[in-house]
Write a protein that binds this ligand. Sequence first.
Ligand code: G4F
Length: 338
Amino acid sequence: MKKALITGLTGQDGSYLSELLLKKGYDVYGLVRRSSNEPFIRFPDSVRKQIKVVYGNLRDTGAIERAIQEAMPDEIYNLAAQSDVGLSFRIPEATIEIDYYGVGRLVNAVLKVKPDTRVYQASTSEMFGKTNPPQNEDSPFQPVSPYGEAKLKAHEDFVKGYRERYGLYICSGFLFNHESPRRGEHFVTRKITLSLAKIKLGLQDSFELGNLGAHRDWGFAGDYVEAMWKMLQQKKPEDFVIATGVSHTVREFVDAAAKALGLKLTFEGRGIDEVARDKKGRIVLRVNPVFYRPNDVDALRGDASKAQKILGWKPKTSFEDLAKMMAQSDLKELSRKP
Ligand code: G4F
């Protein structure tokens, strides 16, 4: 039986990946922060029971080494991160601490305890930053956020660097935005679906967003964890862009989620004066500059043809189906609550 250790187990990707690996017959260990309030909120009970928890985090070298000693994993998936791009402008040091130094601690522990472990590093499309789409593995990196910078440095030093210097089997997945009903509520897609579902049920009148014009390439997280696993099953370690190849604005996501809930919205105005109205003319969405970032990535659209060719991977879920899945899940959950 193969063994896998997942850091960041309790997040969206960790929950889908652990389900996938359990289905494939893996023994799954998770590095879990003791401070998480409801660490297993995203997990069905049946999955949760099968996961072996090791408490620790990427700030703690001793805990990382102990987790590897305990699991003796064939594969490690490093999904732990300060992954909120907007927040990284406000907490840059904490972001670098986890997203850069944390990766260093992990790969050094691997070399010390079990150097034949295969490692997946969650790199990101945010590293491409200002580079024009479509972005692929050969595109230049031009990050604009502390988060993107920390992830880029970790990729250069600990993925490319340790692969070349120490022969470590380590791959970066440059994953474009990937979402699901399990997405954290501070990311834009989930904020949108949750707010619209509340509006639909009369629990809220309106909500606010920042940059409505940003383009993102949004896919379904459940499809993307399969690509992570495939990367660690190859003869040699390589890096891959994982994306749908289709890009939409934040405004278009609002529209698609609203349609899925039977709400017809009309957008009017520009910049901070833009609003969306429902069919009775009531304002349901306003722009609030509080949600703008000091610097934002304007346009992301990935070219995942290398992943398709070498891994045989392609996305299964369309943009419209993703928005519908998330909006309907929030509506169902909220309707259930007393
Ligand atoms: O949902 P977001 O916060 O995702 P972002 O910044 O693209 O980052 C996500 O995807 C990356 C992959 O490219 C990951 F590496 C990263 O960890 C994370 O998962 O924001 C998407 C867009 C941005 O342009 C943002 O400015 O939505 C815009 N936006 C507009 N209003 C907003 C809001 N974002 C948030 N979070 N909240 C708003 O109210």
